[in-house]
Design a protein around this ligand. Structure first.
Ligand code: BG6
Length: 273
């Protein structure tokens, strides 16, 4: 079943239910903010506003056409796709799988003057798969960075470990230094890192629960947890929210940027198992 629903303020989302899982996807940002199989996988802040013009804090924001902030770009942090309206263009339903495609309504922007077609397809089954597809339909070559910025719900930040990034080098956004990851990751302070040249699956181990993240057409991964002070400064999260989520973001960021010539297509794929 796929139904269009609304919050009291008119903010629209799709509710998807099949035999394997259920999901909720806002039309603003094509932003999935719930994915439940045995239990909920995504974290959303209790203080998040579901209103036009503000990105939902949690779920999977789509950062496009820019990840983060970039020199010589007037685009806001993480671009504008997450606060823009998308439209539903295709659905397919089977007993155990629902497929939903949304298209960004206005991909052209005053600070990103390119004609392009941008779609995301969600495969809602026991696994959650997302295909973020960009086609450059402009005459000039277009450069993008992007991310599927997944907020994973966790039992407690002290219980998790992130496996698969050992020996990778990363840009540490906290002190602006390039470093090498010497072990699996556990988190006990602010973490904000862009890992490069990642070619293996990532495992999020939370006590005895294991989530596997498989990325395709992407070699950069961001790991982010704001920890105590940053959480305190963020208006849309509770002070202790840092304990309940970790972001593992499937990206084309930093050196892993994408250049598309006319009619070229790039599809960033992430599969969460
Ligand atoms: C992460 C960045 O991807 O997103 C962090 O690495 C940033 O630096 C975080 O703080 C959240 O960004 P925003 O714009 O949603 O507050």
């Amino acid at each position: 079943m796929i139904k269009l629903k609304k919050f009291d303020n008119g903010f629209e989302y799709l509710e998807i239910i099949n035999k394997s899982a259920s999901a909720k996807i806002a039309l603003q940002g094509a932003h999935i903010f719930s994915f439940k199989r045995d239990s909920e996988l995504l974290w959303v802040s209790e203080k998040s506003k579901f209103e036009n013009g503000t990105a939902i804090r949690g779920g999977v924001p789509i950062c496009w056409p820019q990840f983060g902030l970039q020199k010589n770009s007037e685009l806001k942090q993480h671009g504008y796709a997450r606060t823009s309206l998308w439209e539903l263009v295709n659905t397919k339903e089977e007993e155990e799988l629902s497929i939903v495609t949304l298209k960004l309504k206005n991909s052209k922007h005053k600070h990103f003057d390119y004609e392009s077609e941008v779609t995301i397809t969600f495969y809602i089954g026991y696994e959650l798969k997302m295909h973020l597809k960009t086609k450059n339909t402009d005459d000039k070559p277009m450069k993008i960075t992007q991310a599927l910025h997944t907020y994973f719900r966790i039992s407690n930040i002290s219980n998790i470990s992130i496996i698969g990034l050992k020996n990778k080098s990363y840009f540490d956004t906290v002190d602006a230094k390039i470093k090498k990851q010497n072990s699996d990751i556990s988190i006990s302070s602010e973490v904000d890192r862009i890992y490069q040249e990642v070619d293996s699956d990532i495992v999020l181990q939370d006590n005895d629960k294991k989530i596997i993240i498989k990325n395709t057409n992407s070699s950069s991964v961001i790991v982010w947890n704001p920890w105590i002070e940053k959480c305190h400064n963020m208006k849309d999260v509770k002070d202790d929210a840092y304990k309940n989520f970790v972001c593992i973001e499937s990206a084309n960021a930093s050196k892993d940027f994408i250049t598309l010539h006319k009619d070229e297509i790039h599809t960033l794929i992430t599969k969460i198992i």
